[in-house]
Design a protein. Structure first.
Length: 292
């Protein structure tokens, strides 16, 4: 069965997205509250907004006229909605993550049903963003990621301190500097900036790179770049606090210096992106192709 393409996803919005917001309103409200109240989950709201904007901007490419509907998508959407309702009302105590996954399946199944398998494959990035945005990662998973960033930042900070010749003694997550002690606390893990960086890098990779390999390479570099940014922040604040004045630890540089320290990550990811773009351009150039 074929259908004519509509402007922005009117059919998808009317049949699946908007009704699911009403039917699964309890899940939607809880996810919105988590994304708004918990800084670690701010990325969920941003990812959902980016996914919808990219769907709108690339709609004509992703969903051209005369599309083949796929009833498998309808079954996926119905199953996702049923699972959400069961997990919400019949199985108390289920993590919000799984209810969010079920809701995202409603939206993805709706796209699949309305516009077919080929369009769903072409819009794989937007689909992955929906999966990244809708279900808040379980607290236990988020805590593990937070601890990983915390210890990785501390390890790299120690290395940089030694490279610049700064006198210090490390005891776990505490650095003892002359006249100053610094603890790499959970709040200093950089999890907010790292998740934001991952989202920005993913969008840049989608818009500027062509091959899946190049996109994956750039995305994998986002976490080390985030750790480097956080370690540089710790080292600079520690050095200033130890050698100039401890007041730097309570200065605007500490509280509001995130964008400035992000330049460290840009210094890593910018050249990497440039090299990957050059590499793709060289690979697609007719001069580099072997003639038969």
């Amino acid at each position: 069965m074929t259908t004519e393409a509509t402007p922005f996803p009117v059919r998808w919005l009317a049949w699946f997205f908007l009704p699911s917001l009403v039917i699964a309103h309890r899940t939607v409200l809880e996810m919105a509250k988590v994304g708004w109240d918990d800084d670690r989950y701010n990325y969920t709201l941003a990812s959902l907004a980016v996914a919808l904007v990219l769907l709108y901007q690339e709609w004509d490419f992703l969903f051209p006229p005369r599309l083949q509907q796929d009833k498998s998508g309808l079954w996926l959407a119905v199953s996702g909605l049923a699972a959400n309702l069961v997990l919400t009302y019949a199985v108390p105590g289920v993590d919000l993550f799984w209810r969010g996954v079920a809701l995202s399946l409603v939206w993805i199944g709706g796209l699949w049903y309305c516009h077919g398998t080929l369009s769903l494959r072409k819009g794989a990035f937007q689909v992955l963003l929906l999966l990244f945005a809708v279900p808040p990662v379980p607290q236990a998973w988020m805590h593990r990621f937070e601890v990983f960033l915390q210890h990785s930042s501390a390890n790299l900070s120690e290395l940089i301190f030694r490279l610049i010749g700064q006198t210090m003694f490390r005891d776990g997550l505490i650095f003892q500097l002359p006249g100053l002690n610094i603890e790499v606390a959970t709040e200093c893990s950089g999890i907010r900036s790292t998740t934001a960086l991952i989202l920005v890098v993913a969008v840049c990779a989608h818009l500027l790179l062509q091959t899946g390999r190049s996109k994956l390479i750039l995305l994998l570099l986002a976490i080390p770049a985030g750790i480097l940014k956080n370690a540089v922040r710790i080292v600079i604040l520690g050095w200033l606090g130890s050698n100039l004045s401890p007041s730097y630890l309570d200065s605007p540089l500490h509280r509001q210096g995130g964008p400035l320290f992000t330049l460290t990550a840009v210094a890593v990811l910018g050249p990497a992106l440039w090299w990957l773009m050059r590499r793709e351009a060289a690979a697609s150039s007719p001069a580099t192709r072997v003639q038969p």
